[in-house]
Write a protein that binds this ligand. Structure first.
Ligand code: SF4
Length: 456
């Protein structure tokens, strides 16, 4: 592999800590012609809404958009599994010329009759934005006819970044909030926002809150149910996980219903404990909640510490690269890797903002590469240069790691193993250990060969 140059237009989105004063451009549209790792607006909205299991998810667009996002999250449901099907209007050339509204109306009517969902989400894709179908009008008409909420998701793929997809999803969800009864909701209750029940993570987190004596009204959107979301405005507090996905909804709920929100992460021992203590502190009027939280944290940590220490002894000193969707996730990953004695040499995100990157800069060691909206070539270049032993990312990063001949750990939405909470930290540490210490890498010549070819 020859030396990999950085495109001039990309230079402002890459920072090497310590080499120059901190400045990183972010929130830009991806550079045209560059194969960005970042997902489109439509995909952003789809990943947020996908886990609502008793809703119909209809993609108004070509079949490719539906295939790209089919079963995109390892989001488990404790009941219905309608979300796991990927319906599409399959727009063709004829629809591009004559419009797709009639096709959308027919598809919606047929699917609602066949599956009897509690609500339907209709996602606009690039082509719908180009031909100008009035998706909202069709949704209104079908909602009147069928008597269920039919919600347009304005997520035309080209119109912004993945973050705009999160916003479109929050706006669609907000149509549901406030429609249900709240009379029997516990005063010590929360909604969990930005949690997607990957591998059952929402169930782990909910079990902690149950032990603490805090009721969960709705998880949005992991193992989601339309009726729970409709009554979520009755909760006393919104706990928002993940940097960007659902902060917009929390802000909307604060403004309209006066519900405060806090941010949380359930990844790693430190951040999980902080999240639980922060929620307990919010219900200071009920001191038993804090007492129960203290015992819970103590018991959970002491149960997993011996095995974590063994893993630490094996992986300490290894180098890790991180490329994730939201930067908030990266903060927790850095802390968890440090707990295991590992060095983070590269960290990047698809949707980080100025404040996120400032925090990353403060957390990282000198020499660490910080990247916004990276592409495969940039990631490959720095993985080789930094001699990373492990790459943590999602489905699009896995092939990069394997081509470089290094270990990979899936921290994104496709995985089936829960990484949240204390038991999640143990799963994560085991996965890191298995990947980094696997003997298979000695048979991967790519990394050594490539390292020789890259100029310093
Ligand atoms: S919405 Fe547009 S960018 Fe997104 S998958 Fe469909 S065609 Fe591709």
């Amino acid at each position: 592999m020859a030396s990999i140059p950085i495109l001039k237009e990309r230079e402002k989105q890459i920072h090497r800590k310590g080499a120059q004063p901190f400045s990183l451009t972010c929130g830009q549209h991806s550079l045209a012609g560059v194969v960005s790792q970042r997902a489109c607006v439509f995909c952003g909205s789809r990943v947020v809404l996908y886990p609502i299991a008793d809703a119909l998810h209809l993609i108004h667009g070509p079949v490719g958009c539906a295939a790209y996002t089919w079963d995109i999250r390892g989001a488990l449901s404790s009941g219905p599994e309608l979300h796991r099907l990927s319906f599409t209007t399959d727009l063709r050339e004829k629809d591009v010329i004559f419009g797709g509204e009639k096709k959308l109306q027919r598809a919606l009517t047929e699917l609602i009759d066949a599956y009897q969902p509690r609500a339907a989400f209709v996602y606009s894709t690039c082509i719908v934005g180009i031909i100008g179908d009035d998706v909202a009008a069709v949704c209104r008409q079908v909602a009147r006819e069928k008597g269920i909420p039919v919600l347009p998701v304005h997520s035309e793929g080209f119109k912004g970044t993945k973050k705009d997809g999160y916003k479109a999803a929050c706006e669609a969800l907000f149509q549901l909030v406030g429609q249900g009864q709240v009379d029997r909701i516990d005063p010590c209750s929360i909604n969990i926002l930005g949690e997607f029940n990957i591998g059952g993570e929402a169930w782990i987190i909910k079990s902690y809150y149950e032990k603490m004596g805090v009721a969960v009204v709705a998880t949005m959107t992991g193992d989601g149910r339309v009726d729970a979301i409709r009554r979520s405005h009755g909760a006393a507090l919104n706990v928002v996980q993940c940097s960007g996905a659902m902060t917009t909804l929390a802000e909307m709920m604060q403004e309209r219903y006066g519900i405060p929100y806090i941010r949380a992460s359930y990844f790693g021992l430190e951040d999980t404990s902080k999240a639980l203590y922060d929620v307990a502190a919010h219900f200071a009027g009920n001191p038993e909640i804090m007492t129960r939280t203290q015992s819970l944290v103590r018991e959970e940590i002491s149960a997993i510490t011996p095995e974590l220490q063994q893993i630490k002894a094996a992986v300490s000193g290894k180098r890790a690269a991180i490329y994730v969707g939201g930067a908030f996730k990266a903060f927790s990953l850095i802390k968890a890797l440090r707990y295991l004695g590992m060095d983070v040499v590269l960290v990047g995100s698809q949707t980080g903002n100025d404040a996120d990157y400032q925090t990353l800069r403060e957390m990282c060691d000198d020499g660490t590469i910080i990247l916004d909206d990276a592409n495969p070539l940039e990631l490959s270049k720095y993985i080789i240069e930094k001699g990373a032993d492990l790459f943590i990312g999602g489905v699009k990063e896995r092939p990069i790691a394997y081509k470089m001949g290094i270990g990979f750990c899936d921290h994104n939405h496709e995985r089936k193993i829960p990484l949240a909470g204390y038991e999640g930290m143990l799963h994560f540490a085991r996965e890191v250990y298995r990947s980094v210490t696997s003997p298979v890498w000695r048979f991967a010549p790519t990394r050594a060969a490539a390292a020789k070819e890259v100029s310093p």
